[in-house]
Design a protein around this ligand. Structure first.
Ligand code: ATP
Ligand code: ZN
Ligand code: MG
Length: 288
């Protein structure tokens, strides 16, 4: 099967692509989605990671602490609501809320103070803000993430997608040790099931990269390693140095905490498995 084509994927039972960059799952594919997330969660539990469930929005003020909006303005999606005044709502309802193309014809919006989660791990730095850690901390969450992209492709590049992350906060050595061990763990899985995945150094998708000192720094000293299936990153291992510890005042061993995360894009894993093993469950590897 050439799963790159949306119409091939449409034939996989339990899959439905929505052209606005979203996927719906049922049946065997939903089972696959759930087993993949359980697989990642099982790896998190090998580090005694506590699981968290976070809300959908992050206050814009919090992400601004890491300069998110200057680094990734192209990815951000904001929740918009109408200004609640009677007059404004009346104007909206009265004028024909949609254009012929289906565009919402907004009247005055209420102030926007939030952003829809762009990556799962940001929630942890906000959550642990101001804390002093007495030991390294490993945590995990699955988040529905939202990134505006230049184009969308079923499972491969979505507006809304699912990310499971395992995150470690600690000293530089504690975090590096965690990331190395976790990468080895995931690599053992790829070898066991014979999924051809390569580990490649990468950089974050900065806006205007050549003018961003953070991008230039990442090029000199790679801190991001991707799990690449064909030319698609199905996950990444990221070393943030003490960037979040500093921005959110998280302390460890008398200094700003270091952090790192291992991120899995669940839809992209499904894409990789369907492309490599085909659409029949009987041919999928054992994920337990
Ligand atoms: P890419 O370079 O392919 O856009 P990225 O570097 O932006 O990926 P990360 O920020 O490392 O990705 O996000 C972690 C993981 O989330 C990725 O490895 C991928 O599996 C998944 N992911 C990222 N963006 C998308 C998207 N738009 N649709 C589906 N999955 C995504
Ligand atoms: Zn992360
Ligand atoms: Mg990338």
């Amino acid at each position: 099967m050439n799963a790159k084509r949306a119409d091939d994927l449409e034939k996989v039972p339990g899959y439905r692509w929505h052209a606005n960059g979203q996927s719906a799952f049922s049946g065997e594919l939903l089972g696959l989605y759930q087993r993949l997330d359980r697989l990642f969660f099982g790896w998190a539990r090998e580090y005694d990671a506590a699981e968290y469930a976070f809300p959908t929005f992050i206050p814009a003020r919090e992400l601004d602490k890491v300069d998110y909006f200057r680094s990734f303005p192209h990815l951000a999606t904001f929740p918009v609501a109408l200004d609640g005044s009677e007059e404004n709502l009346r104007a909206f309802a009265g004028r024909g809320p949609l254009s012929a193309e289906g565009n919402v014809r907004l009247t005055a919006p209420a102030p926007i103070r939030d952003v829809i989660t762009p990556a799962a791990c940001y929630h942890f730095y906000v959550q642990f803000q101001g804390e002093t850690l007495t030991a390294p901390r490993v945590v995990t969450t699955r988040a529905t993430c939202c990134r505006r992209e230049s184009h969308y492709l079923p499972l491969q590049r979505q507006w809304i997608f699912s990310m499971r992350e395992i995150v470690c906060l600690g000293t530089a050595d504690e975090v590096k040790e965690f990331l190395t061990a976790c990468q080895e763990r995931v690599d053992r899985f790829f070898k066991r099931v014979h999924l051809p995945v390569q580990w490649n150094a990468a950089t974050d998708p900065f806006f205007n990269p050549s003018r961003n000192p953070k991008y230039l720094l990442q090029q000199l000293d790679p801190v991001k390693t991707e799990m690449v299936f064909q030319d698609l990153a199905i996950g990444s291992v990221n070393f943030h140095r003490n960037y979040f510890g500093e921005a959110f005042d998280i302390q460890r061993a008398g200094k700003e905490a270091f952090s790192g995360c291992v991120a899995f894009g669940i839809e992209r894993w499904i894409f990789a498995l369907l492309t490599h093993f085909g659409p029949d469950r009987a041919d999928w590897p054992d994920l337990n």
